[in-house]
Design a binder for this molecule. Structure first.
Ligand SMILES: C[S@@+](CC[C@H](N)C(=O)[O-])C[C@H]1O[C@@H](n2cnc3c(N)ncnc32)[C@H](O)[C@@H]1O
Length: 258
């Protein structure tokens, strides 16, 4: 996650040299994103001392112990973030569960590929075809997880598994299936993922100290699991009420993960 390239003064402004794209990102406080394109414009001068396409970074809604939440649209925030080890998310699937669930978003995946070597898209059976199509030739495998004490509705009736479509660079060798149990936790969100599931998935994908981004954070299950495992994490969520729930979950005592 080191910064490459260097900055030099020019026409009273900072201009980027040596690197096609540079995000000034001192984990996790980000100020401006410079690209080669922006740099050229800056050198020409725009009269404002700032590259015209450099938007001011959205301020974090929450930031503590290596966990950061942005209450914003992920399409706005992702281009301004620095690389991490994993992008892992449970996006809307266009199932009509809520206002935000009218379609399956795809734009975020280009940024996910820029940000991390590996992406994990979490889905039930209904979203599996879209998820596999989204990652296309990057597809590696599906990590299947069986829920031992719960059922959800699926196209064939009730179902008891979740899939994580894994794309990009191979994570460390290991199994592609596990069992989990639901502990009765019910955050006020229409489709939270079980905490135990997220803990097991993240433990499978990342070593302790690893870093991740969840662009569709919802009630913050990914971030809570990341905290339990000693990972760094950034979550992005459009709705403030879900960010608030995530903050409350993060402030609960860290759970032991065995
Ligand atoms: C399926 S839910 C994620 C649930 C989450 N895994 C959990 O355990 O709570 C998807 C979330 O994405 C959010 N969302 C939808 N579009 C978004 C966008 N463009 N940027 C950020 N968040 C978005 C929705 O508000 C919703 O909370």
């Amino acid at each position: 996650m080191g910064v490459v390239g260097h900055l030099e003064a020019g026409n009273g402004m900072l201009a980027l040299c040596a690197s096609p794209a540079l995000t000034l990102h001192l984990w996790p406080s980000v100020e401006w994103r410079y690209t080669a394109e922006n740099s050229k414009r800056t050198q020409r001068g725009n009269g404002y001392g700032r590259p015209p396409n450099c938007k001011q970074m959205v301020k974090p809604y929450y930031e503590e112990d290596g966990i950061v939440i942005y209450n914003a649209d992920c399409r706005e925030v992702l281009p301004q973030l620095a690389p991490v080890d994993l992008v892992v998310t449970d996006p809307p699937y266009g199932c009509g569960k809520a206002e935000w669930d009218s379609s399956f978003p795809t734009e975020w995946y280009v940024e996910a590929k820029r940000l991390a070597p590996t992406t994990c898209v979490i889905t039930g059976s209904a979203g599996l075809p879209d998820s596999i199509k989204l990652v296309g030739a990057d597809f590696l495998d599906v990590i299947a997880a069986r829920n031992l004490n719960g059922m959800t509705r699926g196209p064939l009736g009730f179902g008891n598994w979740l899939a994580a479509v894994v794309a990009g660079t191979k994570p460390p060798q290991g199994i592609n299936c596990f069992d989990f149990t639901v502990n009765g936790e019910m955050p006020a969100h229409p489709s939270p993922k079980p905490l135990r599931y997220m803990q097991k998935l993240l433990a499978r994908m990342l070593p302790k100290g690893g870093s991740l981004i969840d662009p569709f954070m919802g009630s913050g299950t990914t971030l809570r699991a990341a905290k339990d495992l000693g990972l760094k994490a950034i979550g992005i969520e459009l709705e403030k009420r879900y960010c608030e729930i995530a903050v409350q979950r993060l402030r609960q005592q860290v759970l032991q993960f065995a």
